[in-house]
Write a protein that binds this ligand. Structure first.
Ligand code: ZN
Length: 118
């Protein structure tokens, strides 16, 4: 993890994770998560944090939405999250799953992870 101070004085981070890649064998590949927004209020409902993910076929955006009551709802712009998430609200794509593995305190008690490449 690399922390970089921005011009606004806030520190943003860059995290590199190894996730199943996009090839047929799902070989481990490097994915970079760059923090693009962090809400300074740690309890305010709404957008809590966003990341830009690179390393896959396309760049994706992840958003952590803090719901009333404090639970976190995850959003990812990848096809897996969009299409499988429609039928299963607890589904998380591999990008979100990787992030949750790195920060287990953010994870919901139950979640499912997709093993499909995005
Ligand atoms: Zn995703």
């Amino acid at each position: 993890m690399i922390l970089v101070p921005s011009q606004t004085g806030r520190t943003f981070g860059l995290v590199t994770l190894m996730l199943p890649g996009t090839d047929r064998k799902r070989s481990l590949s490097l994915y970079q998560y760059r923090v693009t927004y962090r809400n300074p209020d740690p309890v305010e409902p709404g957008c809590a944090m966003t990341w830009e993910v690179s390393g896959g076929r396309l760049p994706y955006q992840i958003a952590a939405e803090r719901l009333d009551g404090g639970a976190i709802k995850w959003h990812c712009s990848c096809a897996d999250a969009v299409y499988r998430g429609e039928d299963n609200p607890d589904h998380v794509c591999k990008h979100v799953h990787g992030l949750l593995e790195m920060m287990p305190t953010l994870a919901k008690p139950q979640r499912s992870a997709c093993q499909h490449a995005a």
